[in-house]
Design a protein around this ligand. Sequence first.
Ligand code: VL7
Length: 138
Amino acid sequence: MAAGLCGTWDMVSNVNFDGYMVALGVSTTLRKTAVKLKQKKVIEEKGGVCCIKTLSALRNYTCSFTVGHPFDEVTKGLDNQRLKSLVRWEGEKLVCEQIGQKQNRGWAHWIEDGKLQLELFCEGQVCRQVFRKKESEK
Ligand code: VL7
């Protein structure tokens, strides 16, 4: 299903992560540390369940879902919100809608230039991240 996105990916760029965190209501203190982190994505799929792990030196965050099935998401250790989330394919993009206290919140993943692309959005702020596949998996 998400086969093309599967693998271990290292962050190469992270534009407006701070703006996205401000929109989420993350404290200045935490943002100062978080903005410097080199994040890693580990994306796996087993039996129709997709698992995305976001790893960093400070915190890790794991999200598991089935495409097309609404689920309850708790952004524990991030902005600590309870969300009603839904991931769907929109053409070649894997798009997540996250319904909660913030408007227009979600993310989209796709492959471009052989790299994993991620857009994180919240209340008009858009963070754009790019990840390169781990050398040993190429
Ligand atoms: C996005 C965003 C920032 C608090 C710590 C920073 C630690 C590493 O939504 C995400 O990924 C999706 C798409 O791949 C799948 O779940 C995670 C990273 C964090 C929120 C809030 C800053 C505190 C960053 C976990």
